[in-house]
Each structure stands twice: as C-alpha cells, then as structure tokens.
Design a protein around this ligand. Structure first.
Ligand code: NAD
Length: 511
C-alpha cells in the first residue's frame, strides 16, 4: 500500500482535534506556550508529521499549580465515581482506537497490529482500573488491647509526575494514569520528546471526557526539555510520587533527585532479557517466541529478548532456524500489511546499533545474520543474530535495537548463573518440557527478574499482573495486581471503643 503519509497524519490529527503546530502544555486549557518548536518525525521516512511548541519553566508552574488544585477536589470523589470517569475514557479510546493506533505507527514506527495493540492495552488498563476502584482493600487486624479495633486504609497520595519513554508512547501513560486516577491522584504527564503527537492526542481525548463528567483537570500534560521542564518536575516537592519509565541512566538520576527530597519514585527502567532453551524444549514453540521477542517492535521493547542461552544439544538447530526466520522477516513500512519489523526511532538508535555490533566483533563475537542498515529512507535495520559469549562486555549493555546474542551452555545451573550475571532484571523465560527444570528456573535460586515465564517469550506481558523488574531495572511495579498501592498512602487506624486506656506492650503510665 502506498499512502500519502503526511496527509494521513494530518487527517488523523485533525480528527482528534490537533492542528499542525500545537501548544505543548495542558492544564484544563491549552496553554499558549512560546518555546522552541519541536518537530515530530516519522521514523519510516524522516519526514515531519507536525510540530509542537515547547513549554517553559513558567508554563510548568501554571500546570503544576492547577494539578495541585485538581487533586484537592478529586480526592473527595469516591473511588467508584473516579472509576466511572476512567470507564468513560476507555470507551472514548475504543471510539478512536484506529486513529490513535495509526498515529502510534506513524510517530514511533510500530507495525499496525502493534500500534493498535498499544491502544488496546490502554483500553484494557482502563477496564482493569474501573474494577480496582471498588477493590482498594485495607486489612483489619486484631488489637492486643481489649475493646480496640485496628485497621489500615488507603488514601489518595497527591499529585503525581509521570515521565514516559518513546517506545510505549501511550500505554505506559495508561498504566500509570488510570491507576493514579482511581486512587484519587491528579497528575502531570511529561511524555518523551520523541512522541509528542500521541501524547497530545491522548490528552485531548481524556480532556473531553473530564469535561463531560464535570471532573477536575486531573490529566495534565507538558512537553518541554529535560533540563527545563523535566528537572523542575522531579525537584518539585508538591509531587510526592514521580513515576519514571526509561533508561537506567535517566532512572538513576531521577531516583537520586527524588530520594534526596524524600519523595517516592516508581522506576521502570531498561532490561537485558534472557531466554534459556533446554535440549528437551519444543523447538517450534521456542523459535516463534524468540523471533517475536527479539525482532518484534524492532528490538525496542524494554522486554525485548537480547540474550539467548542454548543448551548444546539444541543450539545448532535453533541458530540455523533463527537465521532463516530473521532473514525472512519483512522489514519495511509499519503501515503495510505483512510488515513484521518497522524502523528504529531515529538515526542515533541506528548508529548505536552499528556501534554495538562493531564492539561485539572486536570482542570476538560473530554476526550470523543481519547486521546492516536497510538501504531506504527512514531508520530501518536488519534483525541480527550474533554468536557470542556471556562474558563479553557488550552483551551486558541494553542496546535498544534488534540484536540477539546467542550463547551455548552445558547445564541449567551454569545457564541460570550466567543469565543472572547482568545488572538489569526485567524479564526472563525458559523453554523446556521438564517440570523440574521449569520450577528450578522459577524458584528463589532461579531467575532474578521481575518477570519469569515458561514456554512463552520475554515480551508481550498482560496488564493483569504487576509489571516491572529488579536490580537496575529499578524495582517499580505498574499496571495490575496490587500496584495501585504505589499511588496511595497507607494509614493505620486504632479505635478505642471502651472506657479504659490500656497501653500497648503492657506499658503503665498512670496519672
Ligand atoms: P530515556 O531515558 O531517554 O527517556 C525516558 C524519559 O525520561 C523521556 O520522557 C525523557 O524526556 C525523560 N528524561 C530524561 N532525562 C530526564 C530528566 N533529567 N528529568 C526528567 N525527565 C527526564 O528513554 P527512551 O529512549 O525514551 O526509552 C527507552 C528506554 O526505556 C529503554 O532503556 C527501555 O528499556 C526503557 N523502558 C522501560 C520500560 C519498563 O517498563 N521497564 C518500559 C518502556 C521503556
């Protein structure tokens, strides 16, 4: 399919109420920001899709003040009433799923099914948050003192700062924003400067729903530089929680700044995800899962499979089949049906991949297939399989591109030790038909990651579980399970319904 991409983008943007040059801050009204112009470029062509005027520190102050004000009202709404507003946003996203999904494909280069899938993830997240709004449970405990009752309750925490990465430009906002909203928090979203249009589009949709529900402006947004706007947000003591998704480098800095003011940070950082394949694995299943996890989204998922541990008996066969699978993948326009691998986000990402491969070769690794850029406009690269050893320093870094390092091992203990030897700890998987081996991988002495799978790959998590990882991945958990607790404050309450005043631990203090 050949389409006029800029017209397609303009049509989508105008259907969502976005002009060709937009202000970059929203606090209930669109603020007339006067900063430099940031252009959003289509990574498939390098062509400009639309522009945004960056916000300044004084624009930030306006948005922050209004976010604090919105919190004061929103926290008085009941949690189910807050859930009802999120339900309406899920419905609005259903209405705009196709337009928004295509905008994700245009702005960050995801293939169509993944662009639509990302919007579906927001919808699912909204539906989950609606249920959560009636399940913000506290525990009741028995008091040691007669005629006393003790319980815990959860209150809204405060205004929240949400910093997101380019590679999930809208879903990660939803993971945070919908849970924060039902928890009673207002928020400022600082999206990646590489994906401003999808952030504008989502904010427009959320804004409309807030208005229709007479709700305060809890979903605010600001697009500015890291130095001016990002730094101001993370230092701002009015924001007790900063949730930041991105690189380890960014998280180390944000975590330090927020800790210094004794705030809370929720960090979702880089991964270096490993798959272990034992000789008794189903090779067809392993092949399909690894191919998607390693090359899907052009290797730009935090959960992308970057390290592959193959047991000696299955190694040659799987490497050969992976070479074939990688070579047969259609790399090209993400909007074309049949494309499996879209572009990298920009020239820097493509250069970074080539530098990593050069380093790998210098360290003694062999490129088995791929390894080059694709000769066309945009930032396309070939899915690449590299034969390496896990002690090579390059395999310890997260290179945000489709490079899969394959290693060989003899026994499972050796593989688990090597698997856990990297600083990151996000996602992991084992392929085996042996129950004992699978359970060994999931045990306390097995994978050290926040996510551990059996006979499925490392990427494509469902929102029902808590998502996140250990070590330099930052320790944060977002989305499902009890991750709502990060967005609320816990209060322990003791009620004396008797006429005496017994003290805990038998202490006497009679006056
Ligand atoms: P990045 O670290 O370059 O940027 C992420 C965000 O941080 C952007 O919005 C950026 O503007 C902001 N930022 C950077 N410096 C800042 C500062 N000083 N103050 C405030 N904000 C600042 O990451 P990226 O290239 O956009 O995304 C790719 C990275 O994100 C990869 O490492 C990937 O693994 C990671 N990621 C992790 C998860 C997860 O859930 N663990 C999910 C998606 C992406």
């Amino acid at each position: 399919m050949t389409i006029d991409r800029s017209k397609f983008a303009a049509d989508i943007l105008s259907s969502l109420g976005i002009d060709s040059v937009n202000p970059g801050a929203f606090d209930g009204t669109w603020i007339d920001t006067q900063g430099e112009t940031l252009t959003s470029k289509d990574p498939s062509t390098g062509e400009v899709l639309a522009s945004v005027r960056l916000a300044s520190a004084s624009d930030y102050e306006q948005v922050a003040t209004s976010t604090v004000k919105a919190f004061k009202e929103w926290r008085t709404w009941t949690a189910p009433a807050r859930g009802e507003v999120v339900r309406c946003i899920s419905d609005a996203l259903r209405e705009h799923k196709e337009a928004l999904g295509h905008l994700v494909s245009l702005e960050v280069g995801k293939v169509t099914s993944e662009g639509l899938g990302e919007v579906q993830e927001m919808i699912d997240m909204g539906d989950l948050a609606v249920g959560m709004s009636r399940q913000l449970y506290g525990k009741t405990m028995h008091s040691e003192r007669p005629q006393h009752r003790m319980y815990e309750q959860w209150h809204p925490l405060g205004p929240v700062g949400i910093i997101t990465a380019f590679n999930f430009p809208v879903a990660v906002w939803a993971w945070n924003a919908f849970v924060a909203a039902i928890s009673g928090d207002s928020m400022i979203w600082k999206p990646s400067p590489k994906s401003p249009l999808t952030a504008l589009a989502v904010t427009k949709i959320a804004q409309r729903v807030l208005k229709e529900n007479n709700a305060p402006n809890i979903f605010n947004m600001i697009i500015g530089t890291d130095a001016e706007v990002g730094e101001t947000l993370i230092h701002d003591r009015r924001f007790p929680l900063i949730s930041a998704t991105g690189s380890v480098r960014m998280g180390r800095h944000v975590g330090t700044v927020v800790a210094e003011r004794l705030g809370r940070s929720l960090l979702e950082l880089g991964g270096n995800n490993g798959v272990v394949v034992l000789d008794d694995a189903d090779p067809d299943l392993a092949l399909r899962a690894i191919a998607f996890a390693a090359a899907g989204t052009s290797g730009q998922r935090c959960t992308t499979n970057r390290r592959l541990f193959l047991q000696k008996g299955i190694a040659a066969q799987l490497k050969e089949r992976l070479k074939g699978a990688f070579a047969s993948m259609t790399v090209g326009d993400p909007l074309d049906e049949g494309t499996l691998v879209g572009p990298l986000i920009d020239q820097d990402a493509s250069d970074g991949m080539m530098r990593a491969l050069e380093a790998a070769r210098e360290q003694g690794a062999t490129v088995l297939c791929g390894g080059s850029t694709v000769d066309r406009d945009g930032f396309f690269v070939e899915p690449t399989l590299v034969e390496a050893h896990w002690t090579m320093p390059i395999t310890i870094d997260e290179t945000f591109a489709p490079i899969l390092y394959a290693f060989e091992f003899e026994d499972l203990n050796e593989a688990i030790e090597a698997h856990n030897s990297v600083p990151q700890g996000l996602s992991s998987a084992i392929f085996t038909s042996n129950l004992q081996a699978a359970e060994r991988f999931l045990s306390a002495t097995g994978s050290d990651c926040g996510i551990a799978n059996v006979n499925i790959g490392t990427s494509g998590a469902e929102i029902g579980g808590a998502f996140g990882g250990e070590k330099e991945t930052g320790g944060g958990r977002e989305a499902g399970s009890d991750s709502w607790k990060a967005y609320m404050r816990r209060q322990t309450c003791t009620i004396n319904y008797g006429e005496d005043l017994p003290l805990a631990q038998g202490v006497k203090f009679d006056v």
